[in-house]
Design a protein. Structure first.
Length: 134
């Protein structure tokens, strides 16, 4: 026997009700987590990567859109920087909260870079990645 209660519902002295729920193992359908679809998103086509030599950093900015009819509670957007030889030299990310249905939000990622590596950054090789929490 298991008691189920709903928060915010008053308990009264009214008519009591008892419900029995039976789950048969042969009627269960088990799916791998990978079988469920991930929320979709659209990154802006014009993501900008700019060198900020004065502050020893690279700024990556753009926008992300939620094309679905449900909210996305958290969006994590990150970017890898590469040098002119194709080696990863820095990474950073930012988080956006509550991306509403059909909503677009701007983002900006500040990536600190050692002063001596700033001249080696290949701004055109920047890779942006996105992680969503529905």
């Amino acid at each position: 026997e298991k008691n189920i209660a709903e928060a915010g519902v008053a308990i009264t002295n009214g008519i009591s009700t008892k419900v029995a729920i039976v789950v048969k193992s042969d009627s269960l359908v088990l799916e791998k987590a990978s079988e469920f679809s991930q929320p979709n998103y659209e990154l802006s086509k014009d993501i900008k990567t700019a060198l900020d030599s004065e502050n020893n950093r690279v700024l990556v900015s753009g926008s992300i859109t939620n094309p679905a009819n449900f909210n996305i509670s958290k969006v994590s957007i990150g970017a890898f920087l590469f040098d002119k030889l194709g080696r990863k030299i820095a990474v950073s990310k930012t988080a956006l909260q509550n991306l509403g249905s059909f909503e677009m939000k701007d983002f900006s990622i500040s990536i600190p870079v050692k002063k001596e590596l700033l001249k080696e950054v290949d701004l055109n090789a920047t890779k942006v990645f996105v992680e969503l929490l529905k």
